[in-house]
Structure formats: structure tokens, C-alpha cells
Design a protein around this ligand. Structure first.
Ligand code: HPA
Length: 271
């Protein structure tokens, strides 16, 4: 594993992904256009990077992009590999380890999610404060190091959450915090499953992010996560989510998302 990660990092460094980065971001469905905000961008398709996963999901470009945003150097993963694509919850292990290998200490995960709370409407942004892993899987299965017993208490870094709130305040955006429930997908949930998530204390539901959080904590990265609510979850007010709706609503909310991320990055040196 470590050998693969070093090969990936060496390859990327030789193509301009060198030097210091202030933060890395994984961009979820429909949120890839953040890359258009970068100055001096350098990009590399995942398909060219040794040992990187392929993302076959529409709404995910599958590119790594480096550049400058608000005077900071950032690394953007435009698209991710999902558990439901391969059955491997560790599908994002190489990219997450790669972040660590490049010496980046902060990883911000973003996603499109369904809301299980009717008052959190589609188009809202939510800072993830904790999660429920309802997938039955874990990216550290079959890892045999002592590090696999990673603590997930305080996994969503308190300083970064404060920075997100400060950034939201600066742009006049309400940013509720919520618990994200990970279900494997790719089918959407049933209304009964959504009632279960409500009873268990979830606020959002989605098919990604949690494996990356677990891996990032395993590698000692500081983690923050932001959801763009693209729909009410199945059965709420009669909702029947679709991938098209997810992509369309994420695209509509993408200006708000870009403003939040810009304001967050501008605040980063104060963390
Ligand atoms: N469920 C699961 N994943 C999602 C949803 C949803 O309702 N919306 C966007 N991603």
C-alpha cells in the first residue's frame, strides 16, 4: 500500500503537484465546478495516476487539480470512488493516503446529500458534525495494523468546524450542523429506512464521505465535511429522489457552495 502511495505521489509531484498545500478538498456530485475558481490550475486525470481509483459516476470528472484560491494553495479531487462502485469501502484509500504523503494536513470532504429533516430544505448547506455508519462495511476491513482501531470521537475537527461557521457568518449564510448517515447505495433508501435514520438521530443521508473520514483519521489528517442538500430523503413530503435531481440541485447550489469554500479557505491561516 505505502509503496503504491509513494508511486502516486512521485508521479504527481513530477507533474506540478509539488510544494506546500494549505488544504485538500474532495468534491462531491455536481460540486466539481469549484475547480474553475482556481488561478494557475494544474490538472491530472485520475486514470493517469498510478494506483488511483477510477470514478465512473456521472457528475464526477475524475481529475486531480491543484491551484491557488484566496491566496492559498489547494488540492482538489474532482470526483471520488464510491463503495457501491466496487464493493470496496477502501476505494479512496490511495487518494487519502496520497494527501498525507504530499504533506497536506487538512482534508475537507464534500457531498450531495438527502435531508431527513424537512426544515433543512434542498439547496441548503450543512456542516457535518458526526456520522452514522449504516453501511455494514468499513474501509479498514482487512487492515492488520494497530492503527485500524482508530478513534472517531471528535473526527470532524472542532477548529475546522468553527472556521466553517466563521466563513458562513462572513457571507451571511446559515450553516446548520448535522449527523450524516452513510448507507451503501447505489439504490436510494426506502421511506422506512429514512424513518429509521430519523429515529437513530441522522439529519442527512448519503452514499459517500464516511469511508474517507475513517481513512483520513487513520492517516492523522484533520477533517471537515460539508453537504449540499439536494433533496428531501425518500418518503419525506412524498419525495422519491433521483440522481438527476441530485446533480441538478447541486449545480443550482454551487454558487453558494463556492462562496462558502472561498470564505473558508480565506480563513484557513487562522486555524
Ligand atoms: N440518499 C442517498 N444519497 C443521496 C441522496 C439521498 O437522498 N441525495 C443525494 N445523495
Amino acid at each position: 500500500m505505502q509503496q503504491n502511495v509513494q508511486e502516486a505521489a512521485e508521479f504527481a509531484r513530477a507533474r506540478g503537484f509539488d510544494g506546500r498545500f494549505d488544504a485538500a478538498f474532495v468534491l462531491g456530485t455536481g460540486l466539481g465546478p469549484l475547480v474553475d475558481e482556481l488561478s494557475d490550475p494544474v490538472s491530472l486525470p485520475y486514470a493517469e495516476i498510478p494506483h488511483f481509483p477510477r470514478s465512473g459516476v456521472s457528475g464526477h470528472a475524475g481529475r486531480l487539480v491543484a491551484g491557488t484560491l484566496e491566496g492559498k494553495r489547494v488540492l482538489l479531487f474532482q470526483g471520488r470512488a464510491h463503495y457501491y462502485e466496487t464493493g470496496d469501502a477502501g476505494a479512496m484509500r490511495v487518494p487519502v493516503a496520497f494527501v498525507k504523503e504530499l504533506g497536506v494536513s487538512t482534508l475537507v470532504l464534500t457531498n450531495a446529500a438527502g435531508s431527513v429533516r424537512p426544515e433543512i430544505r434542498p439547496g441548503s448547506l450543512v456542516a457535518i458534525g458526526d456520522h452514522l455508519n449504516l453501511s455494514g462495511s468499513n474501509p479498514l476491513l482487512r487492515d492488520h495494523t494497530e492503527g485500524r482501531f482508530v478513534s472517531l470521537t471528535g473526527a470532524y475537527d472542532e477548529d475546522l468546524r468553527r472556521t466553517l461557521q466563521k466563513a458562513a457568518g462572513k457571507i451571511g449564510l446559515e450553516l446548520p450542523e448535522g449527523v450524516y448517515a452513510w448507507l451503501s447505495g447505489p439504490s436510494f433508501e426506502t421511506p422506512a429506512e429514512i424513518r429509521m435514520v430519523q429515529i437513530l438521530g441522522g439529519d442527512l443521508v448519503g452514499m459517500s464521505t464516511v469511508p474517507e473520514v475513517i481513512l483520513a483519521r487513520y492517516y492523522g489528517l484533520r477533517v471537515a465535511a460539508v453537504s449540499v442538500v439536494t433533496n428531501l430523503a425518500a418518503g419525506i413530503e412524498g419525495a422519491s429522489p433521483s440522481h438527476q435531481e441530485t446533480k441538478d440541485t447541486a449545480a443550482e447550489a454551487s454558487d453558494k457552495f463556492k462562496r462558502l469554500i472561498r470564505a473558508f479557505v480565506a480563513e484557513l491561516s487562522h486555524v
